[in-house]
Design a protein around this ligand. Structure first.
Ligand SMILES: Nc1nc2c(ncn2[C@@H]2O[C@H](COP(=O)(O)OP(=O)(O)OP(=O)(O)O)[C@@H](O)[C@H]2O)c(=O)[nH]1
Ligand SMILES: [Zn+2]
Length: 293
């Protein structure tokens, strides 16, 4: 018995990365009978049938910690949310939407501000500071000239990470910087999304060092939040957490209620810009709920 991680599944074959290399396996019939489909990211046990040719049989899928739907990958640990300091300019509304989706999936989160070489005035520092204060790790990188890419790489070790962020911010470039042998064409991630519209394309894991994987297609490509109940939104704003239980009203949503402990913290522990975003998104979700009634 050998343990490993499914890094790729094609045409009924599953490729398992183990401490002895990658094995090509077929899944035992029992999974189909039980309605379980092996998924990239699954931790599995295999038995080796042919050591020379690295072939085996996939015998057991260990319990999944979580399952992302798009891309379909199990056991993702971490979302790496990438924006550019410039070209394209940072859009904090979008950043917050990516954050909410990652929070909802209970992933660890890293924020990356890439292309810092393009902003000599370092205006991005202010944004970095704001998100650090909330409690996020923020890396300010340049994939182009190699600023802090090694630090970012270290933050991805021993994890499965999925990159997310708008087009053109440098996701492929960063993955190349972290995994130089790989050479993803820049622009390739978005090509893959487009292809994905027509064919069911399965994600693969890129192993860049032992036990450390990057999902090869971007996560959270749809930023609609309408499936999040308005009443739950507050729990995805990390900085509200110490206060949400101190409001006078049970079930306070921190909009119009008096004696609200969250609103009392605006300009103190809570950044007004973030609160404004919360209020706007709350309204957006609420309207959507009314519309569906
Ligand atoms: N100046 C500068 N340019 C960069 C940096 N990182 C990436 N670029 C350039 O920005 C462009 C877009 O980079 P990609 O890596 O393709 O961006 P992406 O986020 O993967 O884009 P999609 O695949 O469309 O999602 C390319 O021309 C890169 O060469 C950087 O740190 N500094
Ligand atoms: Zn409140």
């Amino acid at each position: 018995m050998l343990e490993g991680v499914i890094v790729k599944g094609i045409g009924g074959f599953y490729y398992i990365d183990t401490e002895r290399g990658v094995y090509e396996t077929r899944a035992r019939g029992i999974f189909r009978k039980e309605g379980i489909r092996p998924t990239v990211g699954d931790h599995v046990r295999i038995s080796v049938l042919d050591e020379d040719n690295k072939k085996g049989s996939l015998d057991e899928i260990l319990p999944r910690r979580n399952e992302l739907i798009r891309p379909k990958v199990s056991n993702v640990d971490q979302a790496v949310i990438v924006f550019a300091a410039k070209s394209p300019d940072m859009n904090l509304d979008l950043l917050d939407r990516f954050l909410l989706l990652a929070e909802e999936q209970e992933l660890e989160i890293i924020i990356v501000i890439n292309k810092v070489d393009k902003d000599e005035e370092r205006k991005y520092e202010e944004t970095a500071q704001m998100y650090r204060q909330i409690g996020y790790s923020v890396y300010c990188t340049s994939a182009e000239i190699g600023i802090d890419t090694e630090e970012l790489k270290r933050a991805l070790e021993n994890k499965i990470s999925v990159f997310a962020g708008p087009s053109g911010v440098g996701k492929s470039s960063l993955i190349n910087a972290i995994s130089p042998g790989l050479s993803l064409n820049t622009g390739e991630l978005s090509e893959k999304i487009q292809r994905g519209r027509h064919t069911t394309r399965h994600a693969e894991l890129i192993c860049f060092c032992e036990n450390s994987y990057i999902v090869d297609s971007p996560g959270f490509t749809s930023l609609f939040l309408s499936h999040i109940p308005s009443a739950k939104l507050q729990y995805y704003f990390r900085e509200f957490e110490p206060f949400v239980h101190k409001c006078y009203y049970n079930g306070c949503v921190h909009i119009n209620e008096p004696d609200c402990a969250v609103k009392a913290e605006i300009e103190r522990a809570i950044n007004p810009v973030r609160y404004a975003r919360y209020a706007a998104l709350y309204q957006e979700l609420k309207n959507e709920e009314e519309r569906k009634k």
